[in-house]
Write a protein that binds this ligand. Structure first.
Ligand SMILES: [Zn+2]
Ligand SMILES: [Zn+2]
Length: 322
């Protein structure tokens, strides 16, 4: 066989093989998007301009993870007051997350692929009005609320009521000593605002899956988990609270005790939502915590049905997405 003939032979064989696997002459990006269409994933927790990442890089990161729809959570205004650590925590804990205008703009530029929330520093007098304006412009969630206020503060309660009025969830970052203080008072808020959907996120939320979690200053506890912690109970007892799987805290909660995690995912299979909150540029590999969380959820879900609920169906239902 001469060179040209062998190349023709090679192409014919390769194409035949690809067709046999259901691929046309695809690039790996096409293959990825075909996979994504079969098994869509909703990521409820991302940020624009996160550690200066561009919108194009963020979009590529999400596609690389296999995510088909992403909810962008804005920061509040840049202000110096105690609830923003005198300005040090602006941009959601100082990571440079973009605000209301930034997320709305990206959702417009990547229509269908990106959706957005509305947010403001909880205790700014104009917080309710600012968020309401964003809701009227199409925001589908309030958050990420990550400010130095009590989670049962008067100002927080105004936003819980607003969330119920607009029938959108509110996402709270619970971090002992820093944000949404007084985690033990969350239960009272769930009772007082039964029409508000609360989504719990971050260290203190996840550390309290463990009934033996005593020292609240430990933010990333390791080792075996005893089921029945505050978080576990709230998810069981209140229909209006959901769990956001995102960030190192969510991944740690899965990895620290995988036997416990299997039962936890099974118990709360209708209440757990996939989120990434990850800031790398690749969307694959060891640095991508979002991809690791997807892999852990696939590994630890005891059925395909549970995996699909957590990666897609629960969020589709909750946010009324199509
Ligand atoms: Zn976040
Ligand atoms: Zn990542």
């Amino acid at each position: 066989m001469n060179h040209i003939a062998s190349r023709r032979q090679f192409l014919a064989t390769t194409t035949g093989t690809m067709l046999a696997y259901g691929f046309s002459c695809s690039t790996s990006a096409d293959v990825k998007s075909q996979e994504a269409a079969r098994e869509p994933i909703i990521d409820i927790h991302q940020h624009t301009t996160y550690r200066q990442r561009s919108n194009e890089t963020l979009a590529a990161h999400q596609r690389a993870m296999g995510v088909t729809q992403t909810i962008l959570l804005p920061s509040g205004s840049t202000v110096r007051r105690p609830s923003t650590g005198d300005g040090k925590q602006n941009g959601l804990g100082g990571v440079g997350a973009g605000g209301n205008a930034s997320v709305a703009e990206m959702a417009r530029d990547f229509a269908g692929e990106f959706l957005f929330g509305g947010n403001e520093v909880t205790d700014l007098p104009e917080a309710k009005d600012t968020i309401e304006k964003q809701l009227k412009a199409g925001a589908i969630i309030i958050g990420e609320q990550k400010f130095g206020v009590q989670c049962d503060s008067r100002e927080s309660q105004m936003l819980y009521a607003l969330a119920a009025d607009y029938q959108v969830p509110i996402l709270l970052h619970f971090q002992h000593g820093a944000y949404n203080l007084g985690f033990e008072f969350l239960e009272k808020m769930l009772q007082k605002f039964p029409k508000t959907v609360f989504i719990g996120h971050a260290q203190t939320w996840w550390a309290n899956i463990d009934a033996n979690h005593k020292d609240q200053s430990v933010l990333y506890p390791r080792g075996a988990v005893t089921a029945g912690g505050i978080t576990d109970k709230l998810l069981s007892d209140y229909p209006n609270v959901y769990a956001d799987m995102s960030a190192g805290s969510g991944l740690n909660a899965l990895e620290r005790d995988e036997d416990h995690a299997r039962g936890f995912l099974e118990r709360h299979q209708n209440k757990i939502l996939y989120g990434s909150d990850c800031d790398d540029h690749l969307g694959v590999g060891p640095k991508c915590q979002g991809a690791k969380t997807i892999a852990a959820l696939r590994r630890l879900s005891s059925s395909k049905a549970i995996e699909r609920k957590i990666l897609y169906e629960n969020s589709k239902r909750l946010f009324r997405l199509s």
